[in-house]
Design a protein. Structure first.
Length: 162
């Protein structure tokens, strides 16, 4: 399901930069590539079906069922995201960066697919605080820290000059 993360740049392009066609094309392309990988590429090389869908078994047994459950039952999906350990993880992740990514508002949209993918998982290692490895979701939330010019522009426009 790691290809689902590539929908982030598409969402960012569509929502943050208002380039709807390009962003939509990138997001749809990422989903199409994910479907091809899960249904044909991975089973061909591993000689078995894609094994990591068990992490999303509460949403469905196949990629299509999982996506359909997210789209048709958004309240249930949001309730899955609003559990205590998941909220603690998100707050701790943002707190470790001084809540600076929140200032990015629309620029943060690019990180949401990767973050949601891990938070919707049944595997708590994907949203535990004390995991020793750095993951893409941690790096993606740092979007504002990676673009210091945007933060500097925001800061200098509000600073009182003497």
């Amino acid at each position: 399901m790691w290809r689902c993360r590539y929908t982030g740049p598409g969402a960012w392009l569509a929502l943050s930069r208002r380039r709807w066609l390009a962003g939509g094309a990138i997001a749809l392309g990422a989903f199409a590539l994910l479907a091809v990988d899960v249904h044909w590429v991975i089973p061909h090389f591993r000689h078995e079906p894609y094994v990591h869908l068990w992490r999303y078994a509460h949403l469905g047994q196949s990629l299509g069922e999982i996506i359909l459950a997210i789209v048709t039952h958004p309240l249930r999906t949001v309730s899955e995201l609003l559990t205590g350990s998941r909220l603690v993880y998100v707050v701790a992740l943002l707190a470790s960066l001084g809540f600076l990514p929140v200032l990015g508002a629309w620029d943060l949209v690019g990180a949401l697919p990767a973050l949601a993918q891990n938070l919707l998982s049944n595997d708590p290692i994907l949203y535990r605080l004390r995991v020793a490895r750095r993951t893409k979701r941690d790096q993606a939330v740092q979007v504002e820290v990676r673009h210091p010019g945007r933060l500097t522009t925001w800061w200098t426009s509000r600073r009182v000059r003497i």
